[in-house]
Design a protein around this ligand. Structure first.
Ligand SMILES: O=c1ccn([C@@H]2O[C@H](COP(=O)(O)O)[C@@H](O)[C@H]2O)c(=O)[nH]1
Length: 232
């Protein structure tokens, strides 16, 4: 497990609050993630603010569109110098291949490119409502197979599927797992959850953790407690 396996999801609606929190963090202890809310509110300026503080940044915009559009969006993310970005695997093989090809000109500086399989907020019952009549893990496996075929670096999945995906695609296929909940914390809208130590034991490479840290009474203490539970 990398020393920086924790990726803090910064879902703040106030930039100063986010930067005040970030300024308490050690870039050697965690990486950061911003998603649709913060990027829509604060744009590339926020990316630059975070990079100037020496953090690796996961730009979690989950692109899902036609191949040409996604390829250009992924290249724009790479231009920002982010560490990792992503697309939806449900966008299909051609879309993921176009996204991967768009990163070729960036060479060694290209961000890691991963694909979202089944959102961790979704249960088997939610999938049935979409006409997907297999358990979530089966659909995750199907989409991860497509992602692997497209040559992407890995997937976003729940830690519940990590063991299966590592045994199917090998250690180098990166597994990024949101839906992480320390024991006794509120699951909120997440359905497929695991605790941080369980997730690491199952094979997760990067644990995306938001509200259990950012909404805690003492966010820094919450992060340190999780970190220590993984590095004893
Ligand atoms: O399947 C997915 C994909 C992305 N996310 C994102 O991760 C964080 C999780 O935050 P918590 O507060 O720890 O629930 C959030 O930014 C989501 O957009 C996900 O949860 N599941």
């Amino acid at each position: 497990m990398t020393k920086k396996s924790i990726v803090v999801a910064l879902d703040y609606d106030n930039k100063n609050d986010a930067l005040t929190f970030i300024d308490k963090l050690d870039p050697d202890m965690c990486r950061l993630k911003i998603g649709k809310e913060m990027f829509t509110l604060f744009g590339p300026d926020l990316v630059n603010d975070i990079h100037s503080r020496n953090f690796d940044l996961f730009l979690d915009l989950k692109f899902h569109d036609i191949p040409n559009t996604v390829a250009k969006a992924v290249a724009a993310a790479a231009d920002l110098g982010v560490w990792m970005t992503n697309v939806h695997a449900s966008g299909g093989l051609a879309m993921m291949q176009a996204a991967k090809n768009a990163l070729v000109p960036f060479g060694q500086d290209a961000p890691l490119l991963i694909a979202v399989t089944v959102l961790t907020s979704m249960s088997d019952e939610d999938l049935v409502l979409l006409g997907i009549n297999v358990p979530a893990f089966e659909h995750v496996l199907r989409l991860a197979k497509l992602t692997h075929q497209a040559g992407l670096d890995g997937v976003v999945c729940s830690a519940q599927e990590a063991k299966l995906l590592k045994s199917s695609f090998g250690q180098d296929f990166i597994l990024v797992t949101p839906g992480i909940r320390p024991a006794g914390t509120d699951a909120g809208d997440q359905h497929r959850v695991m605790t941080p130590p369980q997730a690491v034991a199952a094979g997760s490479d990067y644990l995306v953790i938001g509200r259990p840290i950012t909404q805690a009474a003492d966010p820094l203490a919450a992060l340190k407690t999780i970190y220590q539970s993984l590095h004893v």
